[in-house]
Structure formats: structure tokens, C-alpha cells
Ligand binder design. Structure first.
Ligand SMILES: Cc1cc2nc3c(=O)[nH]c(=O)nc-3n(C[C@H](O)[C@H](O)[C@H](O)COP(=O)(O)OP(=O)(O)OC[C@H]3O[C@@H](n4cnc5c(N)ncnc54)[C@H](O)[C@@H]3O)c2cc1C
Length: 239
């Protein structure tokens, strides 16, 4: 796959969806240049202060909409990056470098199944990849998503992902809650690693994993122990 070289861009802050107290979704419309050629899974680097400090954010929208992009932000860290984004007013211009990163789905026919594993905001690039594979590329391969969150109150996009699994029978979605507060939570409990240990994993599979360093280490250890070749382990570390 040919990936575009990163370039300097400016974009205007257009819209914000506050999903809950932990996650917000930001929409930016490109100013200069007007279009951004990117691959699903890539990220942009945003200048977050006058000193030139930058933070990276994965694009959660799909590449077929190339006149802008959406980001999903975990508000918890409250450092320079999150505070900068929270301070933006509609119409403000942001300085961006992008697209960046190699966390993309390659054209690899040996990957007969795709398994996506995310925790928290790690769903951002993975949502873009899954929507791109299903809706844009019409990928017929079985695609499984495991997405781990802590509490039910952190949840968002569930309805959209459940509807996607109804529209595309080759896609299945497994939300995993590590600390469900509601006794009625009947789906996977625990960590995504617990699901991986318990669920039978298909052979000839490409794994796409995104989240924090500890989760990546744990998941990669399990998959390596199950004999998955390193060439089929694709991952992005957020922190
Ligand atoms: C390639 C890449 C893509 C990324 N994409 C996204 C994205 O799509 N959405 C997103 O929200 N973040 C994403 N991040 C993380 C993001 O770049 C920042 O690290 C994050 O927003 C914290 O920045 P900050 O300046 O607010 O906090 P900082 O001052 O940089 O960090 C404060 C502390 O919080 C820790 N931390 C960072 N992120 C988290 C978190 N999510 N939960 C708990 N602790 C954390 C840091 O390790 C540090 O100890 C991505 C990182 C990388 C490398």
C-alpha cells in the first residue's frame, strides 16, 4: 500500500460530540490544503502550544471523506494535548502534520480473517479501519472486534457498531467491560485478554491491536503463545 508523505496542514474546528464525561469526538474541516489523502488507521500530529509541542491523534473517520477528519479524544490525561483541544472554540484553526503511521490493513490475502482489539480510545483508528474495510472496500472476510472499556457509563458507538454487525453479517462486535457496575451486563466481563484466552481464535488471521503499552504487551504475549506469526500482529501504542 502506498502511503502519502506527511504534510503541514491547517484545519478549522467544526463540531464536537461529547459522548460522556470521558470521551469527546472532534470534527475538523481542512483549510489548507483542502484535501488529505490518508489510509484508515493513520494519525495526525497536532501543534498544541506556541513552543511547538505536539500530540498525536488517530483519525476515526474514513478516508473516503478527505476534506476533513474526525478525532476521538480520551479526556482523562488532562495534559497539554487534552487541555488544548478542550480550549478550542468553533472556527479556531489548528496546525497539523499528517497523515502519519503504518497502522493500516495491508492487501494481504494470507490474512483470511481480521481481528481487531482495542481498549478505550484505541477504538479510534480501528473504527476507521473496520468502516473502511466493510463499507468502502466491501471486504467479505470475517471481521471480529473486541473493544474493552471500564464501565458502562464510558460506552458510546455501541449502537452504531451493533447496527454494523446486522448490516454486515461478516462483522461481529464484542464489547468487553472490565468493571461493569450493572449486574445486568450479560456480555464479556473482564479484560480483552480474558476474551482472547476464552474465545477460539480463527487461523490465518491478521490482528490489529490499539491501546496502552500494558494492554499491548499482554495481548501480544497471548497471541504469540498461540503461535500467531509476528507479521500478522499489527499494533499502535497510544501511551
Ligand atoms: C500514534 C498515536 C495515536 C494516538 N491517538 C490518540 C487518539 O486517537 N485519542 C486519544 O485520546 N489519544 C491518542 N493518543 C494519545 C495522545 O497523543 C496523548 O498522549 C494524550 O492525549 C495525552 O496527552 P496530554 O498532553 O493531554 O497528556 P500528557 O501530559 O502527554 O500525559 C499525561 C499522562 O497521561 C498518560 N496518558 C496518555 N494518554 C492516556 C490515556 N488515554 N489514558 C490515561 N493516561 C494517559 C501519559 O502516559 C502521561 O503519563 C495517541 C498517541 C499516539 C502515539
Amino acid at each position: 500500500m502506498n502511503l502519502s508523505r506527511p504534510q503541514q496542514m491547517t484545519a478549522k474546528f467544526e463540531e464536537k460530540i461529547v459522548h460522556n464525561s470521558k470521551f469527546s469526538q472532534y470534527t475538523f474541516e481542512l483549510d489548507e490544503p483542502h484535501r488529505i489523502p490518508f489510509a484508515a488507521g493513520q494519525y495526525v500530529s497536532i501543534k498544541v502550544d506556541e513552543r511547538g509541542d505536539r500530540r498525536s491523534y488517530s483519525i476515526c473517520s474514513t478516508p473516503d471523506i478527505d476534506h476533513g477528519f474526525e478525532l476521538l479524544i480520551d479526556l482523562a490525561p488532562q495534559g497539554l494535548g487534552v487541555k488544548y483541544l478542550e480550549s478550542l472554540k468553533f472556527g479556531d484553526t489548528v496546525q497539523i502534520l499528517g497523515p502519519m503511521g503504518m497502522f493500516v490493513v495491508p492487501d494481504d490475502p494470507t490474512e483470511e480473517n481480521l481481528v481487531f482489539i482495542a481498549t478505550g480510545a484505541g477504538i479510534a483508528p480501528i473504527k476507521a479501519m473496520i468502516l473502511d474495510q466493510l463499507q468502502v472496500k466491501h471486504d467479505q472476510r470475517p471481521i471480529i472486534l473486541y473493544w474493552g472499556l471500564r464501565y458502562e457509563r464510558d460506552a458510546f458507538w455501541f449502537l452504531e457498531l451493533q447496527e454494523l454487525s446486522q448490516s454486515f453479517p461478516n462483522f461481529s462486535f464484542h464489547p468487553v467491560m472490565s468493571r461493569p457496575e450493572n449486574a445486568d451486563w450479560v456480555l464479556c466481563r473482564g479484560r480483552v485478554t480474558d476474551c482472547l484466552v476464552n474465545h477460539p481464535l480463527p487461523e490465518k488471521t491478521g490482528y490489529y491491536i490499539c491501546g496502552n503499552a500494558q494492554m499491548l504487551t499482554d495481548v501480544l504475549t497471548i497471541l504469540e503463545q498461540k503461535g500467531v506469526e509476528i507479521t500478522h500482529l499489527h499494533h499502535e501504542k497510544f501511551y
